[in-house]
Design a protein around this ligand. Structure first.
Ligand SMILES: Nc1ncnc2c1ncn2[C@@H]1O[C@H](COP(=O)(O)OP(=O)(O)OP(=O)(O)O)[C@@H](O)[C@H]1O
Ligand SMILES: [Mg+2]
Length: 486
């Protein structure tokens, strides 16, 4: 939040458009119209991000990039480039730029790229801080855990970070697979090289193929220029294939071929491209079962599964819960600029006893929400926790007594139903299609039930973000369904 961004472009229009929208998005913005001025500014002031035009008068973008990365190795730089010079952008990424934006750009695209870069730099900064503070006692990077199961993961990370072997990370949703993938990259000797992440779930096959392997000009109607894929962008670095279990069989074959041959042909291309990429793949789907069902290729599985890291559910390592609570409390209080809060014993007890079907992500969401909703309160009580946490353990089988009043079957069943729904939703990361699958009901049925049982249609973290600014917006938020496309 509120990060400081430097925009370097000789075009007044670009500076203005970018500056205004980034300001509207809550960032602080400075700008420079030349390379010399940019370098002078970076020397004097601390920034969180630089957006740098490739073509500048006198000193060009590439030279400015070099100076900035020398001056401030931790400072992420995003390049702005024309359509025709994407090649140069790739070169810039190899020189240390974290990403690039192609002109003409759409603002949503810019915000996405900026958001990603900031998140990464945030992670990096936290890494540096945590490495000093925590590494010896609590683990690698900002992966928190002291349990034997997590210690094994940390040891494995250290052992294989610098190797080129493919790693397959498995584990339930929200257990930190992506975090581990990053830790592998940033602890290895490719740490100064690109870390490129591709989500293989949720985008159509043809788009994913294009995203991975790129295309050459004229490959299809909209292919107005060469566009290198993520494989090329990740050259000399790491490519993280997230949700690999969702990849179609036909793409699986293509991926296997690339892994075997270390080269591939962009769509419409005539020349093979060679790459040196370390592959890390992750999934929360049981790939063995998928293989049995004929939905995942066995040969690809063994190619990916050279090193296997299975992340434990939070329930399997519940001794880490207090540590995580402490970590996230600090994190969100710092982020929201409030003095560090604590939990009252009663609330802490509920947190410790909860089963955490959504694992660390759910725990993090719950803490973030509690911090966001409690305003100036220093001690957080049970009232700051979501219903599902307090309810667990309270629902017991009602017993009929002779001469007693009986009970409402509807109420008891609704209570159960609500808890089951919460569990499935948390487990599915609030992706309703997935939750419905888990419950073996239709997505529309799930949404009907959620409305009837008063379950908000969004997950806790998404709600917490909005709730802090306007409590009454909640009512209107309930009727929108942001998950309609997932
Ligand atoms: N051990 C941990 N220490 C600190 N934070 C963690 C830990 N594990 C997970 N998290 C946090 O929980 C959230 C979810 O983690 P991550 O995205 O890595 O999960 P995932 O396993 O990739 O989940 P999914 O399968 O749903 O994609 C992130 O915000 C991450 O920072
Ligand atoms: Mg993930």
């Amino acid at each position: 939040m509120n990060e400081k961004i430097l925009i370097v472009d000789d075009d007044d229009g670009v500076r203005q458009v970018l500056g205004e929208s980034l300001q509207d998005a809550g960032h602080r913005v400075s700008s420079a119209e030349s390379g010399e001025k940019a370098i002078a500014t970076v020397r004097e002031e601390a920034f969180d991000l630089v957006i740098l035009d490739m073509v500048l008068p006198r000193v060009d973008g590439m030279a400015v990039l070099k100076d900035i990365t020398t001056l401030r190795p931790e400072l992420p730089v995003i390049m702005i480039t024309g359509y025709a010079s994407v090649e140069t952008a790739i070169k810039a990424m190899k020189m240390g730029a974290v990403d690039y934006i192609v002109k003409p750009f759409r603002m949503e695209e810019v915000e996405l790229v900026v958001g990603k870069a900031l998140e990464r730099s945030h992670l990096r900064r936290e890494n540096v801080y945590l490495r000093r503070q925590l590494e010896t006692t609590y683990g690698v990077h900002n992966i928190i855990g002291q349990s034997p199961l997590m210690r094994r993961i940390f040891a494995l990370i250290e052992q294989v970070a610098s190797s080129r072997s493919t790693v397959l990370i498995t584990g339930p949703s929200g257990t930190g697979k992506e975090l581990v993938a990053r830790a592998l990259h940033f602890n290895g000797d490719r740490r100064d090289r690109p870390f490129v992440s591709v989500n293989c779930g949720g985008i159509p096959d043809s788009l994913l193929e294009d995203e991975l392997f790129g295309h050459v000009k004229g490959a299809f109607t909209d292919a107005v220029a060469d566009r290198p894929g993520r494989f090329e962008a990740a050259d000399t670095g790491t490519l993280f294939l997230d949700e690999i279990g969702n990849m179609s069989m036909s793409l699986q074959i293509k991926l296997l071929r690339v892994l075997q041959e270390r080269e591939f042909m962009p769509l419409g291309g005539t020349r093979k491209v060679q790459v040196d990429v370390r592959i890390i793949a992750a999934t929360n789907i049981d790939l063995k079962k998928m293989m049995e069902e004929g939905k995942f290729r066995e040969d690809l599985y063994y190619r990916l599964n050279v090193i296997h890291m299975q992340l434990p559910s939070l329930r399997e390592r519940c001794e880490d819960v207090p540590l995580l609570i402490h970590h996230f409390l600090n994190k969100y209080c710092r982020e929201m600029n409030v003095p560090t809060k604590r939990f009252a014993p009663e609330a802490l007890k509920a947190l410790m006893e909860f089963s955490w079907p959504g694992n660390v992500r759910q725990l993090e969401n719950v803490i973030e929400r509690a911090v966001a909703l409690s305003f100036s309160k220093e001690e957080l009580g049970p009232e700051d926790l979501p219903r599902e946490i307090l309810d667990e353990g309270m629902v017991e089988m009602p017993v009929l007594h002779v001469g007693g009043d009986g009970f409402s079957l509807d109420e008891v069943l609704a209570n159960y139903e609500q808890r089951m729904l919460y569990q499935a939703l948390e487990h599915a990361g609030w992706v309703k299609t997935r939750a419905a699958e888990l419950l073996k009901i239709k997505r529309t049925t799930l949404i009907e039930k959620m409305k009837r049982l008063g379950i908000p249609l969004k997950g806790t973290s998404e709600r917490a973000a909005g709730a802090a600014s306007s409590a009454e917006a909640e009512g209107s938020e309930r009727v929108t369904d942001p998950g309609a496309n997932n």
